[in-house]
Design a protein around this ligand. Structure first.
Ligand code: ADE
Length: 225
């Protein structure tokens, strides 16, 4: 898989991809992540990429030319399966969306900033508009990092068997059950006996029951209740 992220704040994306599972996936050659600095496509030597809103009002809007130049360059190089714009008015990111995106080959993610991007970019290039939740962030970068992480961990070979994404919360519409490690006793709280029993079928049944109970208590909507 290849992911191209177009942003005017590339530094915001350095750390999320330089550690842990997403780093491992890149090191193994399972994903290539390329971050493109919008300012490299600025309209003048002052590095201008944004402008005032037509019609008046506070805030700046990202201009069409820098974004179009960057996207045209990428689209001329290869076919993309999705050109995503991260925005609070997009479809809310949920596990099934991440699952679907993990099957794609080439993805572009465009990060908005300030008041957003000129609407004509959305109509000319964008195939998917995605929000990571009902709140407004300062830009799309954290959304792109979240979406990338959610997709990359699903790519075959990224996670080992023992940490398989199939046991993640949400994969079966259930939250994950509680987990424990040593010590078995801590400040009067002990690990449930069943987890120390070595009886795998019983442990599995317990985990399923706990997952159901937790989902019923915290997210009954996932069970359609
Ligand atoms: N940009 C600003 N807010 C956002 C959100 N909630 N999701 C994705 N991108 C955003």
């Amino acid at each position: 898989m290849r992911i191209d992220i177009v942003t005017c704040q590339p530094d915001l994306l350095t750390s999320p991809f330089a550690h842990s599972i997403v780093k491992r996936a890149q090191d193994k050659g399972l994903v290539e992540i390329h971050v493109h600095e919008l300012r490299d496509f600025a309209i003048n030597k002052h590095g201008q990429i944004d402008d005032y809103v037509f019609g008046g009002g506070a805030g700046m809007v990202l201009r069409v030319e820098p974004i179009a130049a960057c996207l045209d360059g990428l689209l001329a190089e290869r076919a993309y399966d999705a050109v995503v714009y991260l925005t609070p008015d997009g479809e809310t990111l949920r596990q099934p969306l991440a699952n679907r995106f993990s099957l794609l080959q080439n993805i572009i993610m465009l990060c908005g900033h300030y008041k957003g991007v000129d609407e004509r970019i959305r109509s000319a290039y964008i195939t998917h508009e995605i929000s990571i939740g009902d709140y407004v962030l300062s830009g799309g970068e954290l959304g792109a990092a979240v979406l990338t992480d959610a997709i990359v961990r699903l790519l075959p070979g990224v996670l080992g068997n023992e940490e398989s994404a199939l046991s993640d919360s949400f994969q079966d519409n259930l939250l994950a059950p509680p987990v424990y490690t040593r010590p078995a006793e801590w400040r009067g709280q002990s690990v449930p006996d069943i987890l120390l029993s070595g009886n795998t079928p019983l442990v599995e049944a317990w985990r399923h029951e706990q997952a159901l109970q937790r989902t019923r208590q915290r997210r009954p909507d996932l069970l359609g209740e």
